[in-house]
Design a protein around this ligand. Structure first.
Ligand SMILES: Cc1cc2nc3c(=O)[nH]c(=O)nc-3n(C[C@H](O)[C@H](O)[C@H](O)COP(=O)(O)O)c2cc1C
Length: 302
């Protein structure tokens, strides 16, 4: 019998599969459906203090090898979002509340409200590449990361995950700053800054011009980031970027991830991707004589 149970510090997950922030997670209905598949947890859409419409259209396009988006963090604002979280019956899995703010005070308010709504953990989005004043704009300064994590840690008692961007010189330095601030896990990676120009109109296609690239093409970037972070810190890592099949999950775990998140994979395979991943991972482990997924964490470093 294969065991897929994994732990992110003291948050126990029935398997390593988590829905990534921003995909089918604005309302309770779709998150419930995903928890009824084989996802162990869902991360909510990133929520800020106030309602935001996000960028104008076009905000999303499919490219040859991945997806490009510049949604601009549209969300209903923290005060309206509580009712959605309360509607999710989390007997089937865990809820991770994703939040974004522009300074320490905003993160403190957001984290306390999310905790009061009953989420099992928090994910601090310090990595969105296309929202002015948020995300990556503050998530590339180790001192700022350290201050935010430290303040959130003092405000709440649930585990805190810090989501980092690959669009930086040294992601390990940022992961260390988060660990020193008291983070319980690192989530890597958010989307990769990218753009697409329409050669007929000679203009960028996205209204925001620049967006974040996700899906199959970014998997090697995600793997490299997880591998390097694993050597730099002691807290667990959640790997994300380009996962569409069981072998991708095994690769992230071998690089050092204790769990993985799936976003664009839903665009390609539908929400049944979680059940497919579970079956494919079990098949690979059985064929390769592994009983426990934890045995595989970081084996590529030995
Ligand atoms: C349409 C879309 C919206 C996203 N929104 C968020 C978001 O609100 N917060 C966040 O932290 N990441 C967001 N992401 C990034 C994903 O959570 C994930 O880190 C990234 O897409 C890489 O994983 P993937 O290749 O499995 O999609 C978004 C991605 C997409 C494609």
């Amino acid at each position: 019998m294969v065991s897929l149970t994994t732990c992110i510090n003291n948050l126990e997950l029935k398997n390593p599969f988590i829905l990534a922030s921003g995909i089918m997670d604005e309302d309770a209905g779709s998150m419930k459906r995903i928890l009824q598949e084989d996802a162990a947890a869902v991360v909510t859409k990133s929520i800020g203090l106030h309602e935001r419409n996000g960028h104008s259209n076009p905000t999303f396009l499919e490219l040859e090898h991945g997806l490009l988006n510049a949604m601009g963090l549209p969300n209903p604002g923290i005060d309206s979002y509580g009712s959605e979280i309360k509607k999710i019956n989390n007997d089937n899995g865990k809820i991770i509340g994703s939040i974004f703010g522009s300074n320490v005070e905003e993160f403190e308010i957001l984290s306390e409200k999310m905790q009061n709504y009953g989420v099992n953990a928090l994910e601090l989005n310090l990595s969105c590449p296309h929202a002015k004043g948020y995300g990556l704009e503050i998530g590339q300064d180790p001192e700022e990361i350290n201050k935010i994590v430290r303040a959130v840690k003092q405000s709440v008692s649930i585990p805190i995950f810090v989501k980092l961007s690959p669009n930086v010189n040294d992601i390990c330095m940022l992961a260390k700053a988060a660990e020193q601030g008291g983070a319980d896990a690192i989530v890597a990676i958010n989307t990769v800054k990218a753009m697409k120009i329409d050669i007929e109109t000679k203009r960028p296609i996205l209204a925001n011009k620049i967006g974040g690239y996700s899906g199959k093409a970014i998997k090697p970037i995600g793997i490299r980031n997880v591998y390097e972070i694993f050597e730099a810190i002691k807290i667990p890592i959640i790997g994300v970027g380009g996962i569409t099949k069981g072998e991708d999950v095994i690769e992230y775990i071998m690089a050092g991830a204790s769990a993985v998140q799936v976003g664009s994979g839903i665009y390609y395979n539908g929400i049944q991707i979680f059940t497919q991943l579970k079956e494919q991972v079990i098949k690979w482990m059985t064929q390769n004589n592994y009983q426990n997924i934890k045995e595989l964490i970081g084996v590529a470093h030995k």
